[in-house]
Ligand binder design. Structure first.
Ligand code: BEZ
Length: 219
């Protein structure tokens, strides 16, 4: 299992663009790695179509994208045609899919779903999302069971928060959307908060504690 802040383990694997070394593939960009239980499965087909449609949004945020599925490259290449047809997509598929036929990566990265088994009784790979920073450290991980598709608009929203909070001394509140008001970090003393966020507001609460400080989203 990889913890937040750990350097994400490197791996070499076959993919739809040939042999791929994960860290070299990322270069100095952010990375998103997302896993799929198997090729030619309905939920995965909708998910990969959605991510392919969102590819320009990930690129705009300086991201490299990589999918993993537990079948071989030939299956991936055939499945991509179905994904494109079902999701009304054409042209080059915008990111590679790694082959993890033996589930080696799924085991290494703690992505197995013990409740969902394939026809041979093997646990399927769950739906993991890993966001990796340009320093190769894990910034976020989510793990859904094989039976629940992910919301990639939410993943983009989280990325906006990760990229903002990596640079500015703010945190983002519930349901925050890019550009929305932020919370001044509780660790920032009031004098520094006034300097950094001149338009911030301290909210009165019954405890009298001055920890609820909102500011317009810093640029
Ligand atoms: C799917 O992608 O549709 C799926 C895969 C494994 C288990 C359940 C659903």
């Amino acid at each position: 299992m990889v913890n937040l802040g750990d350097v994400f383990p490197n791996f070499t694997a076959e993919s739809t663009i040939g042999t791929l070394d994960f860290h070299s593939f990322l270069g100095d960009k952010w990375g998103i790695l997302f896993s799929h239980p198997a090729d030619y499965t309905p939920v995965c087909t909708t998910e990969l179509g959605k991510v392919a449609k969102l590819a320009p949004e990930f690129t705009k945020r300086n991201f490299k994208m990589l999918a993993i599925s537990c079948d071989n490259v030939n299956d991936h290449l055939g499945w991509i045609k179905d994904i494109q047809a079902y999701n009304c997509l054409s042209g080059d598929f915008p990111f590679p899919i790694v082959a993890d036929e033996k589930r080696e990566l799924a085991i290494k990265l703690g992505m197995l779903d013990p409740d969902e088994k394939d026809s041979a009784g093997m646990p399927l790979t769950a739906r993991a999302v890993f966001i990796i920073g340009p320093d190769k450290k894990l910034k976020l991980s989510i793990l859904y069971p094989a039976t629940t598709g992910r919301n990639f608009d939410e993943v983009l929203r989280v990325i906006d928060s990760l990229q903002l909070t990596a640079e500015k001394k703010v945190a983002t509140p519930a349901d925050w959307q890019a550009g929305g008001n932020c919370m001044v970090l509780p660790t920032i003393p009031s004098a520094e908060a006034k300097q950094l966020f001149p338009d911030h507001k301290v909210h009165e609460v019954p405890s009298g504690k001055q920890y609820l400080r909102t500011t317009p989203c810093p640029k």
